[in-house]
Design a protein. Structure first.
Length: 86
C-alpha cells in the first residue's frame, strides 16, 4: 500500500452471502445423486439449489454426518501478521 491504509465498505448483503457460492463444493455430500447424468440433465439448469431445499432431501445418515462430522471455519488474519500465519 503506497497510499496508506483505507477502509473498504461493502453492502451487508454481499458480506452475509460471501460463502453462498462455496456450497458448490459441498453438494456432493449433501445431494449424493447430484453428479448423476439424469439429475444434471433434468435439474442441472436450475443451478445450485438452496440450502433449505437440500436439507429436505437429506437422508437421516447424511443429516447425522452434516451435524456431527462437518466443520466450516471462517477466520480473519490481519495483514500485519500474514507472514506468520502462512
Amino acid at each position: 500500500l503506497t497510499r496508506g491504509g483505507f477502509d473498504e465498505l461493502i453492502p451487508i448483503r454481499h458480506y452475509h452471502h460471501r460463502f453462498t457460492r462455496s456450497v458448490f463444493w459441498e453438494l456432493r455430500d449433501m445431494i449424493p445423486f447430484g453428479n448423476e447424468w439424469w439429475y444434471r440433465y433434468l435439474l442441472g439448469w436450475l443451478g445450485a439449489p438452496k440450502v433449505s431445499l437440500m436439507k429436505l432431501t437429506m437422508t437421516p445418515q447424511i443429516r447425522r454426518e452434516v451435524i456431527y462430522k462437518h466443520v466450516v471455519q471462517d477466520m480473519m488474519v490481519p495483514m500485519s501478521c500474514m507472514s506468520e500465519a502462512i
